[in-house]
Write a new protein. Structure first.
Lengths: 346, 327
């Protein structure tokens, strides 16, 4: 018993072919949109690869770009097929290719679904990449004279200003690293010597942050140094002061940015996937309807279209049978070859 | 009434004229649309910069006039395109006749007048832009500390964001900050001797320091930003005054904003120039009396074509079909 049989007369077939032709060209546009989304994401990841240790995974944008190109190719081909389907002479040359083409379409749809899922799931790997990258970035903040790392200060400052964030998880991350280079420390000063002696690694740690952590919305001029010392500043309480510096950590800010970007791209890709599935189903109906035209001389006759010729379980059994036959025929050939070789050798 | 600049036009040139008009009308509509977008963008930018422009300066007048001119050009172009398309088909043309006359007058006089006004404003305004920015920035600097005074409470945030975004410091340079009190008295300890000394050291009782806000800092500097005690060469260790000072942004905001404002004016003008050209060409083609007469003749001849004169019939049938452009 066929799966989801539908009766088609001449008018219906023509309408189906025309509708599919239009949908295929719309789908080509959708493929271009997916391609440009992938390109945009790739560029955004490249822009900030310095704070991600240059080790971020480009799997999602690359696959979006690939899917966009494949979608354009397949859908323009399908559009051509649908256009020719109305003319029996032209359709005859496409006939043998249609079944394998439909199989390829099904595989393409599965791949597109997997890519869409990846868009939503990449957040986890991005989080760990960002955590490591930002930690290193802050560590190299002071190395403005080391070749290869001299732009880290500028990168981190611009990042904190643009994304309105400070440090990895918060501004206290800056208290734990030495972000002022030794070149700008006056080693004859007692204060400097005390600080360096006060910790095991001999680092100059301050309870201060760079200027890029300052929040312009604060009503008072920015307090950057001696943040935990209430008496150093008039009318200042570090426990209740909220507007002075950016509260967010840069890891969370960047993660939110990229997550929202990838979520919206995933939503668009999901819509395109639904569209592609509809097109594939329509193409299958058109294929079977044209196949089952009983009298090729009479184009006006009715025909039936279906998704699968037999029910799902029967089709699956038939598929396995054909696989086994393929395996057996290989075996028989191999045995025949061996048997043929043995008498020759012997 | 004697026609002005009469032209004799047989059928084929008439069709070519209608086609050319159709194309030009669409170009005019496109130019009008672009002028609309530019003036909208300029208005949006001015809205963001309104704190730094003296309120007395009617700087928004130029983009508003350009907006009106763009709308006018768009409308004229669309109606013109519809009229030229209809003129090729005898049956469709009659309703357009009533519209075409007033449209030509409105389009030419109104649109042209607006454009001349816009040009005049564009030439006159850069000078006033300069002084408007001077006043506006000065006011913003003076009110930087007034974060709790209604009406001026956003000056600090806007000025900080301006300096961060446009990479500038002060009006003409960072020393502008030395001449005003930018630290509010609420955050000054009245018992601190240093504060008292500074306040007493000048006539107006202002707390003046040789320091700048954090937004003047230049991220490209290799050392952490030095914001305070900038006039004392020995206050900071290893500060080499001979090195080019990357510490703060070198440019003043006045120069950068004037450049920005002039750039927007220039782009708005370029959009408007396109509109002028299309208007000029259209004006050259559209002679009120001549066009009406010749389009009337087209309509009459179309009616006559149902009784074909042998030599005229085939060329009559073929051109209207090929002449209808796919809109």
């Amino acid at each position: 018993m066929a799966l989801l049989k539908v009766k088609f007369d001449q008018m219906k077939r023509v309408k189906l072919a025309q509708g599919l032709w239009l949908m295929n060209w719309l789908s080509v546009l959708a493929g271009i949109v997916i391609f440009s989304l992938g390109l945009f994401l790739k560029i955004e990841l490249r822009k900030r690869s310095e704070v991600m240790n240059n080790s971020e995974s480009h799997f999602v944008p690359n696959s979006l770009i690939g899917m966009g190109v494949l979608s354009c190719v397949f859908n323009s081909l399908a559009g051509k097929i649908c256009y020719d389907a109305l003319d029996p002479a032209k359709y005859a040359k496409w006939k043998p290719w249609l079944k394998p083409y439909l199989a390829v379409c099904v595989l393409f749809n599965i791949a597109l679904l997997l890519v869409t899922l990846c868009c939503f799931l990449m957040r986890g790997s991005l989080e760990s990449t960002l955590a490591h990258g930002l930690k290193n970035g802050m560590k190299y903040y002071r190395d403005t004279d080391t070749p290869g790392r001299c732009f880290m200060k500028k990168t981190i400052d611009m990042l904190q200003i643009e994304f309105k964030c400070c440090g990895n998880n918060g501004f206290r991350d800056w208290f734990e690293i030495q972000w002022i280079s030794n070149r700008y420390l006056d080693f004859s000063s007692k204060e400097v010597k005390d600080r360096i002696k006060s910790n095991v690694d001999g680092r100059y740690l301050v309870d201060g942050v760079p200027f890029s952590c300052c929040n312009p919305s604060s009503p008072r001029p920015c307090i950057q140094y001696q943040l935990t010392n209430n008496s150093a500043h008039y009318s200042y309480d570090h426990q209740t002061e909220e507007l002075n510096l950016w509260v967010n950590g840069c890891r969370a800010a960047l993660l939110n940015y990229y997550s929202s970007l990838m979520n919206s791209m995933g939503a668009v890709a999901l819509l395109v996937w639904l569209f592609e599935v509809t097109i594939t189903i329509g193409l299958r109906y058109l294929h079977t309807a044209l196949e089952s035209v009983s009298n090729p001389e009479d184009p006006e006759c009715e025909s039936e279209g279906w998704l699968l010729e037999k029910s799902v379980s029967e089709t699956w059994k038939a598929f396995l049978e054909s696989l086994k036959k393929l395996g057996k025929s290989n075996q028989v050939e191999a045995e025949g070859a061996d048997a043929g070789q043995a008498p020759e050798a012997g | 009434m004697a026609p002005v600049l009469p032209l004799v036009l047989p059928l084929q040139p008439r069709i070519r004229l209608a086609q050319g008009l159709w194309l030009l009308s669409w170009l005019l509509a496109l130019a009008g649309g672009l002028a609309l977008l530019y003036s909208g963008h300029l208005l949006a930018q001015l809205w963001l910069l309104r704190t730094f422009l003296a309120p007395s300066c009617p700087f928004a007048a130029l983009p508003q006039v350009a907006l009106a001119a763009g709308l006018g050009a768009l409308g004229t172009g669309l109606v013109g395109a519809g009229a030229s398309r209809a003129s090729l088909d005898a049956a469709q043309y009659p309703p357009w006749r009533k519209v075409l006359g007033p449209l030509l007058v409105l389009g030419t006089a109104g649109g042209g007048g607006l454009l001349i006004l816009a040009l005049g404003l564009a030439l006159a305004l850069p000078g006033s832009l300069d002084s408007a920015l001077e006043d506006g920035l000065g006011t913003a600097l003076a009110h930087y500390k007034d974060t709790e005074v209604p009406g001026h409470c956003h000056a600090k945030r806007l000025l900080d964001e301006l300096q961060l975004r446009h990479h500038c410091c002060g009006r003409h340079g960072y020393k502008d900050w030395f001449g005003i009190q930018w630290v509010s008295s609420r955050y000054l300890d009245p018992n601190d001797q240093e504060v008292v000394d500074r306040i007493q050291s000048n006539v107006e009782g202002l707390y003046l320091i040789d320091g700048v806000p954090f937004s003047c800092c230049n991220p490209h500097s290799p050392r952490p930003c030095l914001q305070s005690r900038l006039s004392e060469p020995h206050a900071h260790p290893l500060f080499d005054p001979r090195q080019p000072n990357l510490n703060l942004w070198a440019q003043g905001c006045h120069g950068i904003l004037v450049l920005l404002g002039l750039r927007y004016l220039q782009t708005a003008l370029e959009g408007l120039e396109g509109v002028i050209d299309a208007e000029g060409d259209t004006r050259g083609y559209l002679f009120p009396n001549g066009l009406k007469d010749m389009l009337k003749t087209v309509w009459r001849q179309g009616g006559v074509a149902h009784r074909p004169a042998p030599e005229e019939a085939p060329p009559e049938e073929a051109p209207p079909e090929e002449g209808l452009p796919e809109a």
